[in-house]
Ligand binder design. Structure first.
Ligand SMILES: C[C@](O)(C(=O)O)[C@H](CC(=O)O)C(=O)O
Length: 317
């Protein structure tokens, strides 16, 4: 419990004891998380859209279950418990009892912060059209249920209230919903689909001193500002939910096309192997399987086994 709580306490300190922008690369699976950890990011963001895409191969339309999301969030939070993970919890998956249970499972999984929104449970990506919202009382009850779980578990979990009201109901209603959410126990606010820099600035100024999160989605509604600009606009947290999956998608597509068209995949081959068409004979190559296993903790696993007196890898790996 103490170790699990540490990440939430750390996120809280990043938020309230510093004015640095909290930069959160979006990760959708273990590999993307490992790459971001390797690059030294101080925080990670678990994307719900990416979870739907990578785990289910489905769009972000409220198709992931609480179990899917809890499992994904707990896995990602476990990879490095010194790096606080902010995770999408969508609508909380039901009424207050369900929200409270799901938040409890996120806390026990080691999640440091989560965002909870006011769409109906058959939700969709915030950057798509035709969204439907619950009334503000229901939204507030979700936030209160999250706070109840946080208090019951004596956790430092950071609760981020997200509203999708801007698109259909306008700025004033969206801000009013977020203010209600703050009264109900939210620590941070997230205005989905904010449209331009002027509106971004107006939002952070209106909500001050409550910290604000900005969501930077390529092809979405919000201008893709960089970290420096996000900070200048008054934001405290910035998430890039899609960056890893967009790049993964383009890379997978390129490799799949190559295999389809040529019957070979040259990524992970040495130049010699590429030109001769030789088998990859265990030689170390960039992006080869051994490098990927190392990225994911191969040496640490071998070391742990040995330290515990295990024989599993005594013949080497
Ligand atoms: C932030 C978000 O909730 C996510 O799941 O990552 C999505 C991102 C996306 O669908 O591109 C959202 O903005 O609704």
């Amino acid at each position: 419990m103490a170790v699990i709580n540490q990440a939430a306490a750390k996120l809280r300190a990043q938020l309230f004891d510093s004015d640095e922008l909290i930069v959160c690369p979006g990760v959708q699976d273990g590999l993307s998380a490992r790459v971001c950890l390797q690059q030294g990011f101080k925080n990670l963001y678990m994307t719900g859209a990416g979870t739907a895409i990578s785990l289910l191969g489905m769009p972000d339309l409220g198709l992931t279950t609480a179990d899917d999301m809890v499992r994904q969030a707990s896995t990602l939070a476990s990879l490095d418990r010194s790096v606080p993970l902010i995770a999408d919890i969508d609508t909380g998956f039901g009424g207050p009892v369900m929200v409270s249970r799901t938040v409890e499972r996120y806390i026990l999984g080691g999640v440091a912060g989560l965002h909870l929104e006011d769409q109906v449970t058959t939700k969709r990506c915030g950057h798509l059209g035709g969204k439907e919202l619950v009334d503000v009382t229901t939204f507030a009850s979700r936030i209160k249920a999250a706070r109840e779980a946080r208090e019951r578990l004596q956790s430092d979990l950071v609760i981020i209230a997200r509203t999708d009201a801007l698109q259909g109901m306008g700025f004033d209603e969206a801000v009013s919903r977020l203010k209600t959410a703050v009264e109900a126990g939210a620590d941070v606010v997230f205005l989905e689909g904010v449209k331009d820099r002027e509106e971004m600035k107006k939002f952070t100024e209106t909500m001050a001193p409550t910290p604000c999160l900005v969501n930077l989605v390529p092809g979405g509604l919000t201008p893709l500002v960089n970290a420096k600009e996000a900070k200048e606009l008054g934001y405290r947290i910035a998430i890039w939910p899609c960056f890893a999956m967009t790049h993964a998608y383009l890379a997978y597509q390129k490799a799949a096309r190559e295999l389809m068209e040529t019957g070979a995949v040259t990524a992970g081959f040495t130049e010699k192997q590429k030109s001769d068409g030789e088998d990859a004979s265990g030689e170390q190559v960039p992006g080869g399987i051994r490098e990927l296993f190392e990225l994911c903790g191969l040496s640490e696993c071998v070391e742990l086994d040995k330290k515990m007196g295990g024989q599993t890898f005594s013949k080497g790996v």
